[in-house]
Structures are given as structure tokens and as C-alpha cells.
Design a protein around this ligand. Structure first.
Ligand code: GTP
Ligand code: MG
Length: 432
């Protein structure tokens, strides 16, 4: 991975706007919390945060995002601190970036560019890289207004890594062509993924997906849960690191329950508040894995003082990808770092664990077990010969034998709750 940003020292000032008129406020998070998260993001991008500025204001300024006077103030502060990059807490328009850069005399990037930059550095798989590249182009396209300051930043530094380095003279048409190509390639990859998926569904193993805020311990937990499987070897471990967005690629592994029942477990990209919609869009294919899961383990870093905010963020993203109604167990992780009771009681089931020490691992397994088993019903279905498509879609998901009778095809399967509803009219017997 080419990476020339580490050679540059990025000395950042963070700027947030607290829109006090709640009707005009487009952000869902409180400014202090949002700024803490921005600082984490800045560090994750390899930046050095020198200070931050928050302005209280009734509303957004179309031309400057915040007050012009405040922009002058930022300039002075940045000069005193010898900063070289100003990072704004929300997404800015191309015009706002240009206007702010003109006044401040330094490079300006926004929250989205920062997150895109982190993702660009972390993506490893072909699909991950393409998804990030697509998101970057979609972000840049409306911001390329002639050859302005924007172009001069291409070539190095936070917020610029990626497509820009390849062609300085990139024009809009060029970008559109590239977007088209990337989308086509992603479609191919997706097709492949669908083939894999239908094979997997056919194996009839329940799928458990790890979801949660970035750095909550999802990958650590996955590594813990797969260890007891007979096919386990350490090369199946996924990457764990104390940094935001350590995981970008979906990985799927086999694991086993105390009852010896096998299941599949998937790790997913961590969530963060105000995740740029370009990224959610771009990662939809990857996130789709979550919508195929039978059970979600919502991993929470209980040692983080803002954990309830992180829970809300995760629930928000799940809603966005249409997975809000999945059965879920809250897994309050890092219990080894917490020595007080959490004053949080989720609606769904929950358990306190430490993925690191193994504390309460058994309890978690029991919960997964009872969820998976309670969600399957053994039934006999009779499918009329005229409904061949039903048999086809069942074959995609379940393993069963077809028995021919006069009225149709008779099959016996352990069916999920969802399919129980869907195929209800074909059920002739519930096997206890
Ligand atoms: N003390 C403690 N640390 C933990 C525990 N679980 C995970 N960690 C640490 O938390 C950090 C993040 O863990 P990961 O497993 O990479 O977290 P993740 O949720 O996969 O993060 P992303 O992939 O970035 O979204 C690592 O430094 C882990 O060692 C735990 O139970 N206790
Ligand atoms: Mg991870």
C-alpha cells in the first residue's frame, strides 16, 4: 500500500459547530461527545491533535459553515499553534471548504474525508479497496469545482490518500468513468459472494454476526469463539488492534457450541456515529452479511464512558441497513476493566463478558445456543408440484430429501422463524 502521509506530520486543529437551534441542527449527537469521537478519528488517521474549537451558533452558514469572524479566529489560533490542517466535525460543501481555506490559509478537511482516509489505509481485500475508492470518488465528485485548491492538496496528507494520487489532472468525466468501472467490478465480486452465500445457506448452519461500535472487541471475541472448533488453527484468527476500524473486511468462520452444534460467525466493520452515507452505501454489500444472520451479538465496550451513545449509534446503523429487527444479544465486553454496575438495562437479552480473559464465556455460549435452537422449528411441508420455485428456494437454504407423494413433494426441515411464517401454508405437520 503506497502511503506517503506518514512522512508528513499532520498537526491538526479540530473545529466543531454547536447548532443551538435544535430544529436546524442536523447532527444527532451532542457536540462534546461528537468532538471526542472526532479526536479519536483524527488520531486513528495518524494525526497529531493540537487543540479544538467549538462555536455555538443558531444555524449553519452556507458560505463558511460557521461565522466568518470565527474563521479568522481559527486562522490566528492555528498560526500560533503552527498547525497545518483544520478538521471540521461535519461534512462541508466544496464551496465551504474553498472559502474556509481562503480565509484560514491552511488545508481544510471535514469529518467524512477523515473517515474515508482511515478506511483507505485499512482496506486490505480487493472488495474493501474498491468500496473505499468508490466512496472517495462519490465524495469528491460534487466537490471538484474547476481546478482549485482542492486539486492542489491531492498527492499527500490526510484526506487526500487514494484516487487523487493516481492522476492529478483527473476531471469529472474521468471520475465518472472510473466510478462506472468500479461499480461493474464490485457487481462481479458481489455475484461471487452470492454464490458463496447460497452454498453457505445450503449448509444449513446458523449464522451469528458480530456487530457493534468500532474498537468494542468484536474481532477479539470472534477469535475466542472459534478456538474450540476442531478445524481451528491460528491462521483463522482475525486481526485485532486497539485502533478504530481495525476490521474492514467481512470474515466468516466456523465455531461450535457446547452441545456440539456448529454455527458460522462473521465479523463486521465497526460502526461510528454519522458514518458517511457514501461509506454505508459502499459497504452495503459487506454489511449485507448482517442481514442474513440468524442472530446478532451486539458487542459493547462497557469500559467506555460513552458506551450508551455507542449503543445508540450501532442501533442507528443497523436500522439503516435494515437489520434492526434481528434477534440480538447485548454482549457487554471488557468486564475486566469495569468494577462498577452499569446503569443500563437493554430490552433484549444481555451478558457481561471479557473476550480477553474468557470471563463468562460459558454464559454467552448458553445464550447463543438457546437462541439458535429456539429459532428453529422442525416441520413437514407438502409442496404442490406446481410450486417448483418454493422447492428451489428451500434448497438454497436447507438440506433435505424430497419425497414424492400424489399431492406433491413432502419434505422435513428445521426451519427458521422467518421461513415458518413464509411457508406456513405448506406446513402439514409440526414435529416435536
Ligand atoms: N481489557 C480488555 N480489552 C479488550 C477486550 N476485548 C478486546 N479488547 C481490546 O480492545 C481493542 C479492540 O479490540 P478489537 O477486537 O480489535 O475490536 P473490534 O470491535 O474488532 O474493532 P474494529 O474492528 O476496529 O471495529 C484491542 O486492543 C483488544 O485487545 C476485553 O475483554 N478486555
Ligand atoms: Mg475488528
Amino acid at each position: 500500500m503506497e502511503d506517503n502521509m506518514n512522512k508528513l506530520e499532520e498537526r491538526m486543529i479540530l473545529v466543531g459547530l454547536n447548532v443551538t437551534d435544535y430544529k436546524k441542527n442536523t447532527s444527532s449527537t451532542k457536540i462534546e461527545e461528537s468532538m471526542i469521537e472526532l479526536e479519536e478519528l483524527a488520531k486513528a488517521a495518524g494525526g497529531n491533535v493540537l487543540g479544538s474549537i467549538i462555536q455555538n451558533r443558531d444555524n449553519y452558514d452556507v458560505a463558511y459553515y460557521l461565522g466568518k469572524g470565527k474563521a479568522e479566529e481559527i486562522k490566528e489560533y492555528a498560526n500560533n499553534m503552527q498547525a497545518n490542517l483544520i478538521v471540521f466535525n461535519e461534512e462541508l460543501s466544496g464551496a465551504q471548504i474553498r472559502n474556509l481555506e481562503e480565509i484560514i490559509g491552511l488545508d481544510v478537511i471535514d469529518r467524512t474525508a477523515l473517515i474515508l482516509d482511515i478506511f483507505a489505509k485499512r482496506a486490505l481485500s480487493r472488495e474493501g479497496k474498491l468500496q473505499v475508492e468508490l466512496a472517495q470518488y462519490k465524495y469528491r465528485l460534487p466537490r471538484l469545482i474547476g481546478v482549485g485548491k482542492e486539486m492542489s492538496r491531492l498527492g499527500g496528507g490526510i484526506g487526500t490518500k487514494g484516487p487523487g494520487e493516481k492522476k492529478l489532472e483527473t476531471d469529472k468525466r474521468h471520475i465518472r468513468e472510473r466510478i462506472y468501472d468500479i461499480q461493474r467490478e464490485l457487481k462481479e465480486i458481489k455475484k461471487n459472494r452470492e454464490i458463496q452465500r447460497s452454498k453457505r445457506l445450503k449448509s444449513n448452519l446458523p449464522i451469528v454476526a458480530l456487530v457493534g461500535y468500532t474498537n468494542s472487541g468484536k474481532s477479539t471475541l470472534l477469535n475466542k469463539l472459534i478456538q474450540s472448533h476442531k478445524e481451528y488453527s491460528s491462521d483463522k484468527d482475525v486481526f485485532v488492534k486497539d485502533m478504530l476500524f481495525a476490521t474492514l473486511d467481512v470474515s466468516l468462520r466456523k465455531a461450535i457450541l457446547p452441545s456440539n452444534k456448529e454455527y458460522l460467525i462473521t465479523d463486521t466493520v465497526g460502526f461510528v456515529s454519522d458514518l458517511p452515507h457514501y461509506l454505508v452505501e459502499a459497504f452495503k454489500a459487506t454489511l449485507e452479511e448482517v442481514s442474513y444472520a440468524d442472530l446478532l451479538l451486539h458487542v459493547v465496550d462497557s469500559s467506555n464512558e460513552h458506551f450508551n451513545l455507542q449503543i445508540d449509534t450501532t442501533l442507528g446503523v443497523l436500522k439503516e441497513i435494515g437489520a434492526a429487527d434481528k434477534p440480538m444479544i447485548y454482549v457487554f465486553n471488557k468486564a475486566d476493566k469495569v468494577n462498577y454496575e452499569l446503569d443500563y438495562k437493554p430490552k433484549d437479552e444481555y451478558v457481561f463478558i471479557s473476550a480477553k480473559t474468557g470471563y463468562n464465556n460459558e454464559q454467552l455460549l448458553q445464550k447463543i445456543e438457546s437462541h439458535i435452537n429456539s429459532n428453529l422449528k422442525k416441520v413437514k411441508l407438502l409442496i404442490p408440484f406446481s410450486n417448483g420455485e418454493v422447492i428451489n428456494s428451500l434448497h438454497k437454504k436447507y438440506n433435505f430429501e424430497e419425497n414424492y407423494s400424489e399431492e406433491g413433494i413432502l419434505v422435513q426441515i428445521d426451519i427458521t422463524d422467518e421461513d415458518y411464517g413464509r411457508y406456513n401454508k405448506y406446513i402439514v405437520e409440526e414435529v416435536l
